[in-house]
Design a protein around this ligand. Structure first.
Ligand code: HEC
Length: 270
């Protein structure tokens, strides 16, 4: 059988091609937008898991340096309780960066305490500490800075999420439905159509539901990422499958079965 899409006149097929390409371009732009929009969430460059969890759920984490100092790791490597207290009070202060090398706090500056107790492992290329010095050096302020502050990222306000849901939930299903119906009119197997359709519909629902679920649980962020990826992949696949069907030549086998199943319309294709 020749698919209903392939049978359409050339002008209609050209128009459909323009529409499908526009949708693909729009989708690419929205992916690029999401990426650049969320990357700015934390101060680190690039799109990290913190950016995403921060945007959809929120991040509230103690400074790693503080956690380490208050744990067995701190007791082991900084056994002097007075020095540990001094470090904690420095990390609790408002002047963390200003006081890093200041001795005003006591006998030693935080920089010096780290230097004496920590940098034999926590320094780039340190022989001890099985490589921790390369991932978490504590020699210079530029490095210490990354571990000295708590991380608090607030998720987008509920009103914005509501506006976004209203804009996306009322439009994307229609766009996806059109892509899905187009896919059903192609020559590709029912099985393929069914899988792509399922991924698109279920993926879209779980993606948007995940935005809300993520407010309560971090698991929601994973759900929305997986579902969003499934939707995106299926949507792009559906549009590409439509484009391929519209323009790929009809095989002689399809032409034959068309002629036998519907002899009255067996006119040659232009
Ligand atoms: C003998 C080597 C050694 C010394 C000395 C040492 N550390 Fe570590 N540190 C490690 C290793 C190895 C890890 C990674 C594995 C772990 O978490 O135990 C680590 C992890 C850490 C972390 C990251 C914890 C996390 O999971 O985010 C911090 C912060 C830290 N150390 C701070 C310090 C401070 C502050 C000192 C000095 C008071 C210090 N360390 C002294 C070896 C060392």
């Amino acid at each position: 059988m020749i698919s209903p899409l392939r049978k359409l006149p050339t002008g209609v097929r050209a128009g459909l091609t323009g529409l499908a390409l526009t949708l693909l371009g729009g989708y690419a732009a929205s992916v690029a937008y999401i990426q650049s929009h969320h990357s700015k969430k934390d101060e680190e460059p690039g799109l990290s898991m913190d950016d995403l969890v921060g945007a959809y759920h929120g991040v509230d984490r103690e400074a790693p340096l503080r956690v380490a100092l208050e744990s067995a790791h701190g007791e082991e490597h900084l056994p002097d309780e007075a020095l540990r207290k001094l470090m904690i009070s420095w990390l609790s202060s408002e002047r963390i960066s200003e006081n890093f090398e200041s001795v005003d706090l006591g006998e030693f500056s935080p920089a010096e305490i780290l230097e004496m107790n920590c940098t034999r492992c926590h320094a780039k290329g340190a022989s001890e500490g099985s490589g921790i010095g390369n991932t978490l050096p504590l020699e210079y302020w530029e490095d210490v800075r990354r571990a000295a502050f708590p991380k608090r990222l607030d998720p987008v306000p509920i009103e914005i999420l509501t506006i976004s849901t209203h804009a996306h939930a009322l439009t994307l299903p229609l766009v996806a439905l059109l892509a899905g119906v187009g896919l059903l009119l192609t020559r590709w197997s029912r099985r393929f159509q069914s899988q792509v359709f399922a991924a698109m519909g279920v993926g879209l629902f779980l993606d948007i539901a995940g935005w809300w679920f993520a407010r309560a649980s971090e698991i929601g962020v994973l759900v929305l990422l997986a579902a969003g990826a499934a939707f995106g992949l299926a949507f792009v696949t559906a549009l590409c499958a439509i484009l391929a069907d519209i323009w790929l030549p009809v095989s002689s086998k399809q032409r034959e079965s068309q002629a036998t199943s519907n002899p009255s319309q067996g006119e040659p294709l232009r």
